[in-house]
Write a protein that binds this ligand. Structure first.
Ligand code: G6P
Ligand code: ZN
Length: 542
């Protein structure tokens, strides 16, 4: 029943920030997915007889690749596959299943917040036994293998019925189709005070959650409507669609504009939230206030002890370097560690495993904790709801009080998408060349204090990650960061992160764009963005 198929390597299977992401037609090339999956297996040792978790965000081509992965896992000697019903497992739910059932690892099929459909994006990511994304040494080994692979193994058997929760035998391997939601909902119930949130909602507090026709629909329906009692219709766009209804399942102010407008209207609900294609990102909008991901991390960290799962306090907070420094002052006040890592959730894994950090967050709409090893969109929503239920104040009041206590970091990210790759690389190279000459120089009223290319020394495994983003730090605490996205699938995306700290509470109600105006101009001047990219304005401002 086991067949060895000869194949030719592809040269472009290098995993990015979050696994291998390409357009669907690339994955449909002969043996393309098979080559990558076999390269994953070839790079691992000791999985004979062990459990592999498989699931995805339900996007176009999900089911086809799941069938291939199941048959290849059987042919390669795994003992058991756990797969979500309908091929569905949100990224945090997959992480939980890997941990809970002590699986060897998992294959997560997703291109996160990128659009789906026959000509849109698809992705394959490997997660290790702690439930987190494979570290670089594993992804490097996988890439090396893809370049020389000459055969793969597959069991020649019928497709597994993914729509029925039951067990099947595929050769010597058992495949169990599991409820994708149950384990996750149970985990959430163990962390948060569902009774308090239920009471809040029963008292008339209105929640809306936009699942963006992506994977969190079934999770949010079960948790927010069934378990927490929010009225039917509180969860919008709850059916996962292969093309996400033609939308970008990216919960930001551009792609979740309708939610934003609902929340800014006079008759707005009390709390609005959304999650992305695979359920690991979050968008938080209280009535009348968009909470930036950087602020959300700081506010969640400052209030986490109000939820049962974090009542003992936090060991530390970790944030990616481009994420604002708002969380730093919370860590300082709590007297706990603050870790600054490169962009990419995988860098938090060691800190969480070692118990150095409890809560982590990134400006890219990711927040999470040590409960799994991925960021977790619904987790962030539920922690907010738990805090709102205990404090009995609005999100706006909580934010205002937070800023009054800690100061406010005005923050914005400007993205220049699908820029010519050479132009983008040229811009970063030119900045790098300039770094040493910048300190002491003044641009308008801003003087550069320090400038560097961020490098991270992992305190746990002592690995060093260089060239993780150009930082220009100004006197007074303002900052501009430049880096190229590691998740795009066409051209290059330049990200510019702009931040200004304001201690004075009389100045906490400014319009963000106005508060950052001078820095935005200087960011362009220093990097020659307009000149080098030919762009007059960013494609997306968040
Ligand atoms: C994915 C990762 C995040 C990371 C983000 C950055 O969502 O899971 O951990 O922050 O990509 O993407 P970028 O496009 O900026 O490299
Ligand atoms: Zn995602």
């Amino acid at each position: 029943m086991i067949k060895t198929v000869s194949t030719n390597p592809y040269g472009d299977q290098k995993p990015g920030t979050s696994g291998l992401r390409k357009k669907v037609p690339a994955f449909q090339q002969k043996n393309y997915a098979e080559n990558f999956i076999q390269s994953i297996f070839d790079s691992l040792e000791g999985f004979e007889g062990q459990t592999l978790v498989i699931g995805g965000d339900g996007r176009y081509y999900n089911r086809e690749v799941i069938q291939k992965a199941i048959k290849m896992a059987a042919a390669n000697g795994f003992g058991r596959v756990l797969v979500g019903r309908g091929g569905i497992l949100s990224t945090p739910a997959a992480s939980n299943v890997i941990r809970k059932y002590k699986a060897f690892g998992g294959i997560v099929l997703s291109a996160s917040h990128n659009p789906g459909g026959p000509t849109e994006d698809f992705g394959i990511k490997y997660n290790v036994g702690n439930g987190g994304p494979a570290p670089e040494k594993v992804t490097d080994a996988i890439f090396a293998r893809t370049k020389v692979i000459d055969s793969y193994k597959i069991a020649e058997v019928a497709d597994v019925n993914l729509d029925l929760e039951s067990s099947h035998q595929v050769g010597n391997m058992t495949v169990t189709v599991i409820d994708p939601v149950a384990d996750y909902a149970e985990l959430m119930e163990s962390l948060f005070d569902f009774a308090a949130i239920r009471k809040l909602i029963a008292g008339g507090f209105r929640v809306v959650f936009d699942a963006m026709s992506a994977v969190t629909g079934p999770y949010a329906k079960e948790i927010i409507e069934r378990r927490l009692g929010a009225p039917k219709g509180s969860v919008m766009n709850f059916i996962p669609l292969p093309d996400f209804g033609g939308h970008h399942p990216d919960p930001n102010l551009v792609h979740a504009r309708a939610l934003y407008e609902t929340m800014m209207a006079p008759d707005a609900p009390d709390f609005g939230a959304a999650s992305d294609g695979d359920g690991d990102r979050n968008l938080i909008i209280g009535k009348g206030i968009f909470v930036t991901p950087s602020d959300s991390l700081a506010m969640l960290a400052a209030n986490a002890h109000l939820a049962p799962g974090y009542a003992k306090g936090l060991a530390g907070i970790a944030r990616s370097m481009p994420t604002s420094g708002a969380a730093d002052r919370v860590a300082e006040k709590l007297g706990i560690g603050l870790y600054e890592t490169p962009t990419g959730w995988k860098f938090f894994g060691n800190l969480l495993d070692e118990g150095l950090a409890t809560i982590c967050g990134e400006e890219s709409a990711g927040t999470g904790s040590n409960h799994v090893r991925e960021k977790d969109g619904l987790w962030a929503v539920l922690l907010w709801l738990n805090i709102l239920a205990v404090r009995k104040e609005s999100a706006l009041d909580i934010a205002r009080k937070h800023w009054a206590t800690y100061g406010r970091n005005y923050y914005s990210r400007h993205d220049y998408e699908e820029v010519d790759t050479d132009a983008a690389n040229g811009l970063i190279a030119a900045l790098r060349d300039k770094l040493a000459s910048l300190p002491g120089k003044s641009f308008s009223a801003l003087t550069v204090e320090n400038a560097d290319d961020f490098s991270y020394n992992d305190p746990v495994d002592k690995s060093v990650s260089k060239n993780q983003g150009i930082r220009i730090l100004f006197k007074g605490g303002s900052r501009v960061v430049y880096r190229l996205s590691g998740t795009g699938t066409s051209g290059a995306t330049l990200r510019v992160y702009i931040e200004r700290f304001e201690a004075d509470s009389a100045r906490h109600d400014l319009d963000t764009h106005a508060a950052l105006g001078d820095l935005i101009a200087v960011a362009d001047e220093i990097a020659e963005i307009k000149k080098r990219t030919g762009r007059d304005a960013p494609s997306v401002i968040t």
